[in-house]
Write a protein that binds this ligand. Structure first.
Ligand code: HEM
Length: 227
């Protein structure tokens, strides 16, 4: 769709790249990725006796705790400093519209095949679900983690199920992240999204094919950036 130039009402083709994620959103995602893999690695060292020889248990436990604290503090800081960036994302995830329901009717096939998918907004229904489930699992991991930490200090907080729930949530989030990494790094039709999390922009025509309604809305608005 051509964009009207400010000069003498002429029309110019829109730039080939479109802004997808703001700096604050990318920073939050980067911190999430680093702390996630940090917690995963230190968690594996706590779980496996073989890996405990690579990183001893007391050190792994300390780092495990610090990664989770770093994630929590970063989230609060970014939310406080850039509420619009976090708010825009939360609003998008919270809004499951008719296009999302149509997308979901295609089942799992939609994740890999986008040919006959209904036109999607900024995030498709699969991404909204991925975000909601990831956040839910992070909350479960935090709560059971706090109980495990408290349980080591006070028997009132020691519950036999805490560790099982912590482990099951870990397995679930690892499966989810593996699927997420496959789509972001390897799947032919979706890997063009990676630059959106690196420099903030994606190819406009790719975005039009995958998130057509979002591109149309961005082009209609004067400011394409979410923050
Ligand atoms: C180095 C590893 C990672 C890479 C390369 C990566 C890549 C990406 C990319 C490219 C997007 C944007 C997709 C789009 O344009 O719509 C994205 C979004 C997202 N990422 Fe990651 N990611 C990584 C790690 C993680 C981890 C560890 C988590 C969670 C624990 C995570 C959670 C999310 C969520 C919730 C979204 C928004 C919804 C979605 O696109 O599914 N990412 N990621």
């Amino acid at each position: 769709m051509p964009i009207r130039s400010r000069m003498a009402g002429t029309t110019a083709p829109p730039p080939s790249r479109i802004r997808r994620f703001s700096r604050a959103q990318r920073l939050l995602h980067l911190i999430l990725a680093i702390t996630f893999f940090g917690m995963l690695w230190t968690g594996l060292c706590l779980w496996s006796p073989a890996l405990a020889e690579v990183m001893n248990r007391p050190l792994a436990k300390q780092w495990h705790l610090w990664f989770s604290i770093a994630l929590g503090i970063s989230f609060v800081l970014i939310l406080a400093l850039r509420p619009r960036a976090v708010g825009a994302f939360a609003k998008e995830v919270d809004n499951l519209d008719h296009a999302d329901r149509a997308w979901l009717k295609g089942g799992l096939r939609r994740v890999l095949e986008t040919d006959d998918a209904p036109e999607q907004g900024w995030l498709n229904a699969g991404q909204k679900l991925n975000t909601a489930i990831t956040i839910g699992l992070l909350v479960v991991l935090t709560l059971t983690g706090i109980l495990l930490w408290l349980g080591e200090r006070n028997t009132t907080f020691r519950f036999s199920g805490s560790i099982d729930v912590h482990d099951i949530a870990t397995i679930m989030i690892v499966v989810l992240v593996c699927g997420h990494l496959y789509l972001a790094l390897f799947n032919r039709t979706t890997r063009a999204s990676l630059s959106g999390m690196v420099d903030g922009t994606v190819d406009r025509e790719w975005a039009r094919a995958h998130h057509g309604r979002w591109v149309a809305e961005s082009e209609a608005a004067t400011d394409e950036s979410p923050d």
